[in-house]
Design a protein around this ligand. Sequence first.
Ligand code: URA
Length: 244
Amino acid sequence: MRLSELLYSQGFGTRRICAGLIEKGHVALNGAVCTEPSTEVALDLAARPLAFSVQGLSWQYHERAYVMLNKPAGYECSHRPGAWPSVYTLLPMPLRQRPATGKVAGVQAVGRLDQDTTGLLLLSDDGAFIHRMNSPRHHVPKVYEVTTRHPLDERQIERLRAGVVLDDDPRPVAAGGAEAVEEHHLRLTLTEGKYHQVKRMVAAVGNRVEALHRSRVGGLALPADLAAGQWRWLSADDLALLRP
Ligand code: URA
């Protein structure tokens, strides 16, 4: 792949901007400045991950972007947010600018978390991956840690497991798992992602969500060392944990 095309594919701007960055000496490949946009770069990624830097920012080539973010409260999962800043502002510019791949317009959140929900949010530009993670048919479990306003009781837990009717569908929705960890701490597992689903299910059993945190998607738990607002690439091991 040509160096300018490589930079473009990784989100460093239009093809013209990428060529300009290279010509001006802002790009280094494996430590050596390269000023020729048409330089052919070998993508033998199995042998050695391709590392480069642009204006001092070190970056590693990824054919597709798969990242996790520890979403803080007060951010919307939208490219056009209303009242709150967008979660995309927490990502570095190259991830925000990655070009469209197929039908996917750059890096997208895999499902949405509410503005006040915290925790594990996946983002990708791989349409098949996004679909697999989101589709209720694939039953990818999402685990939520819910702080409830009222103490939990066995009847609420049983009703969540058996299924509750929400206002937009006569068919009951059941939690894949519901467990009272503490008097006000519910651990709820869902395999679908209806609008405000946790909040509405908890309300349907007569309680109320005070705080909501997603701790796990599939077999992937939010790492304890990923601070709120921080992101990281998903490793091959992380991706394997997300496969059914
Ligand atoms: N369910 C909710 O109610 N809110 C979320 O953010 C996620 C699941």
